[in-house]
Design a protein. Structure first.
Length: 158
């Protein structure tokens, strides 16, 4: 039995509407689903939360390690801390964009060349606190620069 093109198109339209209804039902009222909230790569265990506006904000700040003026890299913090709910992310996945700090290219390379937390502790910076503080003021360059000044003792330049 052959189906007409009209019936096939009607079925496709119905299936698309059902799919949209399921998506709307899955999320709470008023919640807008980010199109960029998706798993990335075969090893991604949890969907990475992406925030392009926050990344742009981070890139405009001075380096948190050596204070070279921006633009900088948005360096993702892979280390985890159970006390604040930040789980460790390995090589196969990137952490959420909220866990980023501004680092110049040289400092970013140093951050990933050895033990990540050793890099931060040698600078006298708590990277988890820094990332959370920057995320809280995301978009406010003046506040972000002040946070970087307050998180880095002046005398501990590399």
């Amino acid at each position: 039995m052959s189906r007409s093109l009209f019936h096939i198109n009607a079925d496709l339209t119905r299936l698309r509407e059902e799919k949209r209804a399921l998506k709307r039902k899955h999320f709470a009222p008023g919640h807008v689903r980010s199109r960029s909230f998706r798993p990335e790569g075969p090893g991604q265990r949890q969907p990475r939360e992406r925030d392009n506006k926050h990344l742009a904000f981070i890139r405009r700040l001075p380096c948190a390690a050596c204070r070279v003026p921006g633009p900088c890299d948005a360096a993702h913090l892979r280390a985890g801390d159970i006390t604040i709910g930040k789980r460790h992310t390995g090589k196969a996945e990137k952490p959420s964009d909220r866990w980023t700090a501004p680092l110049c290219r040289d400092c970013h390379t140093k951050q990933h060349s050895g033990a990540e937390l050793t890099f931060w502790h040698a600078l006298g910076i708590d990277p988890f606190e820094l990332c959370q503080a920057l995320y809280a003021v995301s978009g406010d360059i003046t506040a972000g620069e002040q946070i970087i000044r307050n998180h880095r003792p002046q005398e501990s330049q590399p």
